[in-house]
Design a protein around this ligand. Structure first.
Ligand SMILES: Cc1ncc(C[n+]2csc(CCOP(=O)(O)OP(=O)(O)O)c2C)c(N)n1
Ligand SMILES: [Mg+2]
Length: 605
């Protein structure tokens, strides 16, 4: 092995420099034998006051690093980088790959590949027994179903080009993970002086609608008798939410249904808002014009489907659903466009339409608006009644409705929720009454355990940036960041690798409150069984007999987290509804004042 002779820059320095140029703030890292040159380059950069970013955040599990990068990228829209180990480290990204892909989180994953020389021909040549095993055939195939792009850095001469292309592929189109690799030999190869990129880093902007499309869609909405907007992730862009509110204000009777609850796409308090508990299904069935805006699963046909005569139009940043094998919503026209721009165009056309004034004063539109106000108020009353049901029985265990209504009442008004709540997702969001875009994120896909790591990423992002007008980011000039509340299923909590989550939470000062919906195990498994084999042999068995109950022998979740944080964490189990407020208040206080995480394990009856 050759001896170190100088501190000259290497490909690893070029790699970090290119990430910095592309706006990468953090390296969510799990170190391995493939990373010596990256560590070396990183330490050199840390000694240079002009090169403090990206900062390395160390994790003890790849899935947690990946989820933290996902949370950071989802909330900030800025590319995040994961540094993972060759082969086994890439495999350990696990369900985090799926979540980042489905959730369109721009994450650049870098992993080593096994050194390609055996005899010390170049710095970085093989030196470890495991490097023979880690030399697998097609490492990028491990991430292929999820990655938008993958490439190996093979030359010291084009590192910037490869990295900038990777960031472009991660951040634009339908954003998502990309995968870069390099051998140790390449990373250790010297390069001439680092040159700043002379031109801006490439980007690619989504277009808007053609004028014909604007005219057609606007008139379809004006002519509709029962118009409905279905959306799923439009709330990524706060301006789009504002434009959707304007559209709903302009066309009384237009309903808005958020079918995915991944972002805050429309305020719960607006009279046009329908949820699963307040009329989403009848709205889908009765609509004559449905405008689908940035949604992956606007409805599940086996449960509810639009009328065969309904006209369906679809505008999306990913209208062809490039990652899905099956997608067919019966749309008669589909547009590949930025929904924020498209809604601005539609609103401009509609507000200038000579028909608008007479339509707005027509008895039909007036009574439609009245009907909406009434059904929204009725829906709200039903949600409130569910929350209030336990007020007179304080010794009963909490319901999800009661618990989440109390969380909403007690957390600071600037709170951000990061959730992973599976079968309780609808009740939880209905009770949280979310109104502010950016105040809630849930996992982009179905990979359980996302919320733990994601909370750390969201905390880092909100500490660094003011994200009140996403995707625009401003430096956070205040010394504080919004309160962070994670709500998770008990099963999901275990999937999050809590030992790695709360260790990192403590080490990096990312304090947040976790509320565990402890319903004694995996309710989802029971629900799916009842759905597919309602009268089968397994249906009659208890959860305990099926092995999915954690009522008798569930882990002590809070103590796991506390041990991981070396005792620097507050935890409590709440068994009765009457004890909830005091425990919640203390959990909130500990996070806000003592700056340590808190875990509230709430038994759900
Ligand atoms: C990584 C991963 N493994 C398994 C599953 C399948 N799965 C879906 S929901 C679920 C149980 C979730 O339990 P919990 O978080 O307690 O939510 P609940 O079902 O009780 O609402 C499982 C195992 C999954 N989605 N992701
Ligand atoms: Mg559960």
């Amino acid at each position: 092995m050759s001896q170190e002779t100088s501190l000259a820059p290497t490909v690893a320095d070029s790699f970090l420099e290119a990430l910095a140029e592309a706006g990468v703030d953090y390296l969510f890292t799990v170190l391995g034998s493939d990373h010596p040159s990256i560590i070396e380059a990183y330490v050199r950069r840390q000694n240079d006051p002009a090169r403090q970013y990206p900062k390395m955040i160390l994790f003890q599990h790849e899935f947690v690093a990946m989820s933290a990068a996902d949370g950071y990228a989802r909330i900030s829209h800025k590319p995040a980088c994961v540094i993972a180990h060759v082969d086994v480290g890439t495999a350990a990204l696990g369900q985090g790959l799926h979540n980042a892909s489905s959730g369109r989180a721009p994450v650049v994953i870098f992993a080593g590949v096994a050194p390609s020389t055996l005899h010390g021909e170049a710095p970085g040549s093989r030196s470890e027994h495991v490097q023979w095993y880690q030399d697998i055939r097609d490492q990028a195939a491990l991430v292929a179903p999820y990655s938008r792009f993958s490439a190996e850095i093979k030359s010291p001469h084009n590192v910037g080009s490869v990295v900038h292309r990777a960031v472009l592929m991660a951040t634009t189109g339908s954003p998502g993970p990309v995968y870069l690799t390099a051998t140790r030999e390449i990373l250790a190869t010297p390069v001439p002086e680092l040159q700043p990129r002379p031109k801006p880093v490439p980007s690619c902007h989504l277009g808007s609608l053609s004028s014909e499309a604007v005219e057609f869609l606007a008139n379809a909405l004006l002519d509709a008798k029962a118009p409905l907007v279905v959306t799923g992730y439009l709330g990524r862009n706060h301006h789009a939410v504002q434009e959707l509110i304007t559209l709903a204000d302009t066309i009384p009777g237009l309903r808005v249904f958020d079918s995915e609850l991944r972002e805050v796409c429309f305020p719960a308090t607006h009279t046009a808002c329908v949820t699963r508990g307040t009329g989403a299904a009848p709205a889908v069935q009765s609509a004559d014009v449905i405008l689908v805006l940035d949604a992956d699963v606007p409805w599940i046909p086996r449960r509810v489907r639009p009328s065969p005569t309904a006209e369906i139009y679809h505008i999306d940043l990913d209208p062809r659903k490039e990652r899905m094998n099956l997608f067919d919503i019966g749309a008669s026209a589909t547009y590949h466009a930025d929904t924020s721009a498209a809604l601005t165009q539609l609103n401009a056309y509609i507000s200038g339409s000579p028909r608008l004034a007479s339509l707005q004063s027509s008895p039909t539109w007036t009574s439609r608006g009245e009907e909406l106000r009434k059904s929204h108020a009725d829906g709200r009353a039903r949600i409130d009644a569910r929350a209030a049901a336990l007020l007179k029985t304080p010794s009963a265990p909490c319901s999800v409705d009661f618990l989440c209504s109390r969380i909403r009442a007690l957390v600071p008004s600037d709170s951000i929720f990061v959730t992973d709540s599976v079968t309780n997702q609808v009740a939880m969001t209905e009770q949280l009454q979310l109104t502010r875009p950016g105040s809630h994120l849930t996992k982009g896909g179905s990979g359980l355990g996302w919320a733990g790591g994601a909370s750390i990423g969201v905390k880092l992002a909100t500490t660094r940036y003011d994200l009140s007008d996403r995707p625009n980011t401003q430096a956070n000039k205040s010394s504080t960041s919004p309160f962070l509340c994670s709500i998770t299923g008990d099963g999901s909590f275990v999937f999050s690798v809590p030992t790695a989550v709360y260790w990192a939470s403590h080490r990096y000062g990312c304090a947040f409150l976790t509320v565990i919906l402890n319903n004694g195990g995996w309710n989802a498994t029971r629900q799916c069984l009842a759905d597919v084999h309602p009268t089968g042999a397994a249906a009659g068995l208890t959860n305990r007999d099926l092995g999915i109950s954690l009522v008798e022998d569930g882990p002590n979740y809070g103590e796991i987290a506390k041990a991981a944080a070396n005792g620097n964490l507050w935890t409590k189990r709440v068994v009765s509804a009457g004890d909830l407020d005091e425990a919640l208040r203390e959990g909130i206080r500990v996070v806000a004042e003592d700056n340590i995480s808190a875990v509230l394990d709430v038994i759900i009856g």
